[in-house]
Design a protein around this ligand. Structure first.
Ligand SMILES: [Zn+2]
Length: 408
């Protein structure tokens, strides 16, 4: 969405927050904008469920021309988000503008699980308990998956689990699209999306790349991957593999990867690998949280290892820059000061691998949303795809519910 359009939408919503109801003409006067600009913005905001309009006017004498149509904000709608991590399951409820209302996390091994929806919904109920939120306000749901994902098909991953008996069938949630089951369980429209793609949307909607249309988001935790936004839309590719940069082959004779390829970069570009590199000189109990803390304390050895990680990733990101010519590369902010060290390593190496002009105009920054990027992105996805069921209260007609599909 162009900056000006976004700014107009935000001004209209802000005005209606304290002065509703207003007509289109009243809005235009208050905002000092042309009526045509306000009218077209209002049509978009009505369509995506942000606004509602009504013509009822108590005491008005019928038959005196067309009654004015008053605009107000639609009832607040909430988005339920289930994030399937590599070692955790998270459930949260967020507002359409990305504010996290409640959140719960528990350990979870997706490779050993037959189902992600049932446990996700149970955790969501747990998060809602005692939160004071009204479940009726949940208008849609988003499922974040730690795998490439294609709507309608699920994950194009090999039919194998690394933990189970190799002869056993793969976890069902890997082989089919789990979004319809989530929609059935919650009674609201639902979509699924790859986690790095959601984080990319989050940083574009409300983070380090706000307002940009061509952005590469680099995931660092737990391993290297990317989400690509081109021309304002997520890029999925044919199978959902677009941006799976952790599976770039760096050793053709290397160990077999979970993706079926050999010698994938993800074997050496993970936080776990960083921890292992530090272990000889740090306590054996060193954890991810310790690394983040040491990076925050400007520990030179931790910064060096993280900058080296950035240098390892840089040549691949340089190639990506020449394929996509993005405005920005946003690096996962979940490592705090450590993310800045990774960015420094990328910058140093990528400068030597790119045409000068491309490097000079590239915005290379850490993300600002840290571990909230996926949740904020889920809200942005729900909002931009008109995922949400029309509000049950607040005057809108429920029969007008729209469950838009996710754009390719
Ligand atoms: Zn791989």
């Amino acid at each position: 969405m162009p900056d000006r359009t976004r700014a107009t939408n935000e001004r209209i919503v802000a005005e209606l927050e304290h002065a509703a109801p207003l007509t289109r003409r009243e809005l235009a006067t208050r905002l000092a904008l042309p009526v045509t600009t306000v009218t077209s913005a209002v049509e978009r905001l009505l369509l995506d469920g942000t606004l509602r309009e009504h013509t009822d006017e108590p005491g008005r004498t019928p038959g005196r021309g067309r009654p004015p149509r008053h605009l107000a904000l639609a009832a607040r709608q909430l988005v339920a988000v289930v994030v399937v991590g590599h070692r955790t399951l998270e459930a949260a409820v967020v507002t359409l503008d990305g504010v996290i209302e409640t959140r719960a996390v528990r350990p979870f091994d997706p490779r050993a699980a037959d189902d992600v929806v049932g446990p996700g919904v149970a955790l969501l109920r747990q998060a809602l308990d005692g939160s004071g939120l009204d479940p009726e306000e949940i208008g849609g749901a988003v499922l974040a998956l730690p795998r490439p994902y294609r709507a309608g098909a699920g994950s194009p991953w090999p039919a194998r689990s690394t933990i189970r008996d190799p002869a056993a069938p793969p976890p069902a949630w890997l082989a089919t699209d789990p979004a319809p089951a989530l929609a059935d369980a919650l009674g609201v429209p639902a979509v699924a999306e790859n986690d790095a793609n959601l984080a990319a949307l989050g940083e574009v909607a409300r983070g380090a790349a706000t307002g940009l249309d061509d952005v590469v988001y680099v995931d660092l935790v737990p391993g290297f991957g990317a989400g690509v936004v081109a021309g304002g839309a997520l890029v999925h590719g044919r199978l959902g593999f677009a941006g799976e940069l952790g599976h770039v082959q760096v050793d053709e004779h290397g160990p077999l990867c979970v993706c079926g390829n050999r010698g994938c970069l993800i074997r050496v570009a993970t936080v776990q690998h960083v921890i292992e590199q530090l272990r000889p000189t740090y306590p054996a109990s060193l954890t991810f949280e310790d690394v983040v803390g040491l990076a925050e304390a400007e520990d030179p050895d931790v910064h060096r290892v993280l900058a080296d990680l950035g240098r390892t990733l840089a040549p691949i990101l340089a190639t990506v820059c020449l394929v996509l010519d993005p405005q920005a590369i946003v690096v996962d902010g979940a490592l705090g000061a450590g993310s800045r060290a990774v960015v420094a390593g990328i910058r140093e190496r990528i400068e030597r691998a790119l045409p000068r002009r491309v490097f000079e105009e590239l915005r290379l920054v850490p993300g600002t949303l840290a571990d909230q990027a996926e949740l904020v992105g889920a809200a942005a996805l729900a909002s931009s795809t008109r995922l949400l069921r029309a509000p049950r209260r607040g005057g809108a007609d429920e029969s007008a519910a729209v469950a838009g599909s996710v754009p390719a």
